[in-house]
Design a protein around this ligand. Structure first.
Ligand code: NDP
Length: 310
């Protein structure tokens, strides 16, 4: 069994920042990249709000830079996912890819969050055939076509604007009578000539012979003025929020009702000594690259202090 001082799970801004700080503190961290190396930002087009990039930066590029920076200080970065754990006693045991066990004195969980789906059967039926939760990954297939995006937050608006750069027409399906995205994003969407926002509208189902050819919608669903209608679309994109990737650890750690790992006050400390959580897996509020990076730094500094004080 491999025995180490510091194990980091996840490779978004939180994971890589934790790796940079833990390496520089002499903890010789091992980082497993997880299911999506580089995390969610690798599926973002342009990051415009990370300080230090006055002209914005491509998400993939930024994650590659963070990885290079962690490698430069000696972090041991590996591919693999955490599939099990035993956090009942220290050192903690983590199972990687169902086969390898690592015993670690400190654990920093940075497993992020994954896109939510509506939960309608048609999403499964048309998975990979017109249904996507990542505009940057799949938008290319919809050049000069018509697509729909579901959601009214920053992600949905960002995806709608990105897709409008490729597609002929973008419908934004919003269940309420308003968007909840930042004002600047709302303005971009509402003033975009290729984007049409359908407020008070819910998705009922999808149709199409082999792939998605359209979406069944209901305006004012459940109300007396309910109005059902269909839209012909070639692609259907979900942008309705995320679920934290905490399932592997839930037996041992306190989570909130939505599954986010609970940390103590402003720290990254979970309720198990020596186990820290950073980034989106522990953050239902801010979920920004910059806050994830900040919490990764906090987690690594606390891991170092925990080891020093023992
Ligand atoms: P949000 O939780 O902010 O928004 C989710 C949206 O999806 C809401 O409009 C919500 O509707 C809608 N929704 C949820 N469930 C359903 C459903 N079943 N059917 C239809 N609509 C549904 O998630 P985001 O992913 O947009 O953003 C998460 C966080 O990340 C936010 O804090 C956001 O500010 C941040 N973010 C920031 C970015 C940036 O600064 N560049 C980019 C992307 C995200 P309702 O309003 O009715 O609840």
């Amino acid at each position: 069994m491999e025995k180490i001082k510091c194990l980091i799970i996840g490779s978004g801004p939180a994971g890589y920042t934790a790796a940079i700080y833990a390496s520089r503190a002499g903890l010789s961290p091992v980082l497993y990249e997880g299911l999506q190396p580089g995390g969610q930002l690798t599926t973002t087009s342009e990051i415009e709000n990370f300080p230090g990039y006055p002209n914005g930066i491509n998400g993939l590029e930024m994650m590659e830079d963070l990885k290079k920076q962690a490698l430069r200080f000696g972090a041991d970065i590996r591919s693999g996912i955490a599939t099990g754990c035993d956090l009942s006693q220290s050192p903690h045991k983590i199972i990687i890819d169902g086969e390898k066990t690592i015993e670690t004195e400190t654990l920093i969980i940075c497993t992020g969050a994954s896109a939510k789906y509506l939960g309608i059967p048609d999403e499964v039926q048309y998975a990979g055939r017109g249904v996507s939760a990542c505009a940057v990954c799949d938008g290319f297939f919809y050049r000069k076509k018509t697509v729909a995006v579901v959601g009214g937050g920053d992600s949905a608006c960002e995806e709608a604007v990105y897709l409008a750069g490729l597609a002929e027409k973008v419908y934004l399906i919003v269940r309420k009578d308003r968007l909840r995205a930042a004002q600047i994003m709302q303005d971009k969407v509402l003033n975009h000539p290729k984007i049409e926002v359908l407020f008070n509208t819910n998705t009922v189902g999808l149709f199409g012979e082999k792939a998605v050819e359209g979406v069944h919608l209901a305006r004012h669903a459940g109300a007396p003025q309910e109005e059902k209608f269909d839209l012909a679309v070639d692609g259907f994109f979900l942008a309705i929020g995320h679920t934290p990737n905490s399932a592997v650890f839930k037996k041992y750690l306190k989570l909130d009702d939505a599954g986010y790992i609970l940390t103590q006050g402003r720290s990254a400390q979970t309720d198990v000594p020596g186990v820290f959580a950073a980034g989106d897996v522990a953050d239902p509020h801010y979920r920004q690259a910059i806050t994830a990076a900040g919490s990764g730094c906090i987690a690594a500094m606390e891991a170092e202090r925990y080891l020093a004080n023992r």
